[in-house]
Design a protein. Structure first.
Length: 192
């Protein structure tokens, strides 16, 4: 596995629509392994292939597992600790309910913003072996899937923000800390 360099927002590649995966090949498996490694090293919870310079519709998502030392008022977020690999991801269903949350992006270091997303989604696509999958996601997991699928379509989280007061700088490398601090009351946060 190799940690691949992240493509940053000024690169026009991020504005391109990614190509559908036609075949599962050894090269694709290598890309997936590299994406997982890169996401982990960069402390992200989601990554799209375009963010490492490959315009293919491939995303990886991994919410951290709950800390056994931490007490939860409620259950940990659904999907915590599970690694999702989805080829040709699409949103098959979206809830009518929309919620605001703080998002950051590995391709836009030093910035976070408040973005409205569907509270629950169903994602369809293929797994790493090419078999069809459907994933029902809510809360943070739904938000991460929407964020990463946007990358496949050339959309950045900043495109969803019309009010300049809803995006703000944070020290580069401290996006996750800012998100975890919940700078906007009542919202959740992601980096990917």
């Amino acid at each position: 596995m190799t940690v691949r360099p992240i493509v940053f927002s000024e690169n026009p590649l991020l504005r391109q629509k990614s190509h559908r995966v036609r075949r599962v090949t050894p090269e694709l498996q290598e890309l997936i392994a590299d994406m997982v490694e890169t996401m982990q090293v960069e402390n992200g919870i989601g990554l799209a292939a375009i963010q490492v310079g490959t315009p293919e519709r491939v995303i990886v998502v991994h919410l951290p597992p709950p800390d056994p030392e931490e007490e939860w008022e409620e259950d940990p977020p659904p999907g915590s600790g599970e690694l999702y690999i989805v080829l040709n991801p699409e949103l098959a269903r979206r809830s009518a309910e929309v919620v605001a949350g703080i998002e950051g992006c590995l391709s836009i270091p030093g910035w976070v913003g408040e973005v409205e997303r569907h509270a629950a989604v169903t994602v369809k696509g293929m797994d790493q072996s090419g078999k069809p999958v459907r994933i029902r996601a809510e809360g943070l997991l739904a938000r991460v899937f929407q964020h990463e699928i946007d990358h496949c379509d050339g959309i950045l989280f900043t495109d969803h923000i019309e009010d300049p007061d809803r995006i703000w700088p944070v020290p580069e490398g401290e996006e996750e800390a800012a998100e975890a601090a919940q700078q906007v009351p009542g919202v959740v946060a992601i980096t990917g």
